[in-house]
Design a protein around this ligand. Structure first.
Ligand SMILES: NC(=O)c1ccc[n+]([C@@H]2O[C@H](COP(=O)([O-])OP(=O)(O)OC[C@H]3O[C@@H](n4cnc5c(N)ncnc54)[C@H](OP(=O)(O)O)[C@@H]3O)[C@@H](O)[C@H]2O)c1
Length: 269
């Protein structure tokens, strides 16, 4: 359903991007800064704050007027206070009000792929399994709720859920990753069934040249999967993060995607 008043990329927005420090998140953050009005505010969240501060400084130089704040954030550290205070504190720090913005946007990009040396039977360690789902699922849900609790008054609300074909296809040695991506996709399908006024793009970026993909290629104990990925790299089938991020922005610009339904890089606009 297209927005009748103005497009998703035309509104002054408060935008949160998780995992903006590298990989796909860095590219998505950069493309959104370029695409949205300069009066928008961006908040970059990841554990490597130094890296995202450098990215933010470069973007503010290239796009004068845009404001970017960065906060060190570990989505696997589930402290109630962090979620209760994060957005309120950032608004205060920058002397901003929710009513300054026409739209609130969160890009749930950050994730971990987990230990791809292990098969499903070998998932025996309580702490590492809990931490994994805290980062990929529970922390994401808590951040999402905290953000829209703070920004509940914004008329236009947009969620970008970075998903993967792993949410649909069972890849060996990626049991927890596949399960976490499927869980996120369904979480947002339920969310829009409860509140269809929120737009959700569940975007699967395709195979992108990042630390995460290289880790699966180099560390998966499934030789077929590791071999397939090596071939992907050798045959030049791995996408640059910028290429995939541009397609994501094109889907948002067109704004005809089905709410919270799976959309892939390869899909026609
Ligand atoms: N690459 C692909 O081929 C591919 C394919 C399909 C889907 N995806 C999805 O695309 C998204 C980005 O993946 P990527 O390939 O760019 O991965 P990546 O290179 O490993 O980057 C992951 C990003 O997430 C952040 N992150 C990781 N753990 C975090 C934590 N505990 N708290 C906060 N931030 C954390 C990292 O920042 P810090 O380390 O600084 O915290 C980094 O910015 C993920 O959701 C992934 O599942 C990727």
């Amino acid at each position: 359903m297209a927005d009748s008043e103005s497009g998703l990329l035309e509104k002054k927005s408060f935008v949160v991007v998780t995992g903006a420090s590298r990989g796909l998140g860095k590219s998505i953050a950069s493309k959104l800064v370029a695409a949205l009005p300069r009066s928008s505010f961006f908040l970059f969240l990841s554990r490597n704050n130094a890296a995202q501060e450098i990215i933010a400084a470069e973007l503010m130089k290239s796009f004068p007027g845009v404001q970017i704040g960065c906060r060190k954030y570990d989505q696997g550290l589930l402290e109630q206070m962090v979620f209760d205070r994060l957005f309120v504190d950032v608004l205060n720090d920058y002397a901003l009000k929710v009513s300054d913005f026409e739209q609130s946007i969160v890009v749930h990009n950050c994730a971990t792929v987990g230990d791809v040396s292990k098969c499903a039977w070998e998932m025996t360690d309580v702490k590492s399994l809990q931490k994994f789902f805290d980062i990929n699922v529970t922390g994401m849900i808590l951040l999402n709720s905290a953000f829209f609790e703070t920004f509940r008054e914004t008329k236009s609300r947009l969620i970008v859920n970075i998903t993967s074909d792993n949410s649909k296809v069972p890849y060996p040695t990626m049991s927890t990753y596949c399960a976490s991506k499927a869980a996120r996709d369904m979480f947002f399908r339920v969310l829009v069934s409860e509140d269809p006024s929120v737009r959700v793009l569940s975007y699967s970026p395709g195979p992108c040249d990042t630390d995460m993909l290289a880790n699966v290629r180099d560390k998966s104990s499934n030789h077929e999967l590791a071999g397939d990925l090596k071939n992907f790299y050798n045959e030049g089938k791995v996408l640059s993060c910028d290429t995939s991020a541009e397609k994501l922005v094109a889907f948002l610009k067109k704004n005809t995607f089905k709410n919270a339904e799976y959309v892939e890089y390869d899909d026609p606009l």
